[in-house]
Design a protein around this ligand. Structure first.
Ligand code: MN
Length: 494
């Protein structure tokens, strides 16, 4: 087995001599600082920051993030101060380390005051982390890498701690990873938490799945030559054909929707065809549909209508050889990288550009599909209480998303179960306040209607009208509730 350091250096290639020296310096510093510290697993402490740094290097986040990964626990867990970090490393590294430390210091001061207090400060920490994330996205990416590595050794903790950490990962960190488009990290966090949070369901799911994923994968492999031959006849050459096995936690969620019938989970393993250009994807889709009949209602064009987190791909489900139902996903290499690494992939391609903007504005400018990060920064200011903030975050930002359209075709991204009133307040507070009716796809609907992805929503306003207190009973978003309550209170109606 290659040492972690060797793996790290390999993942960082190409690496200039200057950058190599910087990495060595950060690693030596961290090694010295954590000298004699042993993790609960019995291994030397330094392995943990090394693995975190390795993951960041794989995400192609750049040299400063990797250095910060190596140093992320130094200030928190040793007696080295942030001043010393500032003296030894550049501003960016120091800022990242400090942001990651702040998140935890409050908790340390409070420790020993009982579990409940610790949970509260965790919530406050989380809010700080979200704030730091809006300023520099790498803060949250490092935190996710840190959490993922810690989750892999969850077994060393005592059962109550295991459950707390697992629940936090499942309810906060995994959804956050998904919203940032880090699909693989989100899936790993879910599967690592699953057995601790829902032990019975976990066992049941494993039993139901059995070896079905392996079987399906070998079946898919057996039909690939048929696909390749047909594509070749049409002068199409895929860059790659891969298989993606659905992870256990998401199978369990799907099973609940499908009456626990595994035969109805068609995407247990999906075939993924990677093409050079977008137009090739549509050409491949046409050929697949000529070879095998599509299952009605299962085709999704996320290229023309990307998911709110920026995900792009064509998905189709077909009756393949002998009527066997399989899911096929078609996308370009860029889409594939973005699907796995999400926002980090934007960093990969634009690192130099980002670094320049960063140096000028001292802020990370997210790509368009991630504007919600900026929204988050503004929006969190309206919460004074970190409990409410966290609840709102879970519902307003992390719940499964739908996207609906304004009559002009602008996309508004909402949590599942959102109503026309939630939509109206997202468009503009005044539209929300004065809403008197709603049309979805040109038909009048009640204001408590549950919107679906792709709906075109038009709000009918009545000038000078005020919101009704009854709306509080059905609106989905905490943010909507707050806005309604605010105006009703102002008008002394509540
Ligand atoms: Mn750590």
């Amino acid at each position: 087995m290659k040492s972690l350091k060797t793996q790290l250096i390999e993942a960082l290639q190409p690496l200039s001599d200057r950058d190599y020296d910087l990495i060595e310096q950060a690693l030596d510093f961290a090694e010295q600082a954590h000298q004699n510290q042993i993790r609960k697993t019995g291994e030397p402490f330094i392995n943990h920051p090394l693995r975190v740094a390795l993951l960041l290097a794989q995400m192609k986040l750049g040299i400063n993030a990797v250095m910060a990964g190596l140093l992320h626990d130094v200030v928190e867990d040793t007696n080295i101060t942030i001043k010393t970090i500032e003296r030894n490393f550049n501003n960016e590294v120091a800022f990242l380390v400090q942001s990651l430390t702040k998140i935890n210091t409050i908790k340390y001061q409070q420790e020993g005051k009982g579990e409940e207090k610790e949970l509260d400060t965790d919530k406050e920490n989380f809010r700080n982390m979200i704030l730091a994330m809006a300023k520099d996205l790498r803060v949250i990416l490092i935190k996710l890498a840190d959490r993922l590595d810690n989750m892999k050794s969850l077994w060393v903790l005592e059962p109550t701690k295991q459950k707390i950490k697992a629940l936090e990962s499942l309810e906060i960190f995994a959804p956050l990873a998904y919203r940032l488009g880090l699909t693989d990290i989100g899936a790993q966090l879910e599967d690592l938490s699953f057995p601790y949070v829902y032990p019975e369901e976990y066992k049941l799911t494993r039993k139901i799945v059995g070896r079905k994923r392996e079987e399906l994968e070998s079946y898919l492999k057996s039909i690939v030559p048929l696909v390749e031959k047909k594509l070749k006849e049409n002068n199409l050459t895929p860059l790659k054909i891969k298989y993606r096995a659905k992870h256990l936690y998401s199978i369990w969620r799907k099973l609940q929707k499908e009456d626990m019938d595994i035969k109805r989970v068609y995407d247990l393993v999906a075939m993924r065809i990677i093409m050079p250009k977008t137009e090739d994807c549509y050409a491949v889709l046409g050929i697949i549909h000529q070879m095998w009949k599509p299952v009605p209602g299962r085709f999704k064009d996320y290229i023309a209508l990307p998911k709110p987190n920026g995900y792009q791909s064509l998905h189709t489900t077909v009756f393949s050889e002998h009527g066997r139902i399989v899911e096929i996903q078609i996308r370009t290499k860029e889409m594939d990288e973005e699907a796995e690494w999400g926002i980090a992939s934007h960093w990969m391609y634009h690192e130099t550009k980002q670094t320049k903007i960063y140096q000028k504005k001292k802020q990370f400018i997210p790509p368009k599909s991630f504007y919600w990060i900026k929204q988050l920064q503004e929006w969190q200011k309206t919460f004074y209480n970190s409990n409410q903030f966290l609840e709102s975050l879970k519902i307003d930002f992390f719940k499964d998303r739908i996207f609906v359209l304004t009559p002009k075709g602008d996309i508004i991204d909402l949590p599942e179960g959102a109503t026309p009133i939630d939509f109206a307040y997202q468009v503009h507070t005044e539209i929300g306040n004065q809403a008197s009716g709603a049309k979805v796809n040109d038909k009048l609907v009640p204001l408590n209607y549950h919107l679906k992805s792709g709906d075109v929503v038009e709000i009918i306003v009545q000038k000078g009208k005020l919101p009704s207190a009854s709306w509080l009973g059905f609106v989905k978003m905490i943010e909507t509730k707050k806005k309604i309550e605010e105006i009703l209170r102002r008008k002394k109606l509540l």
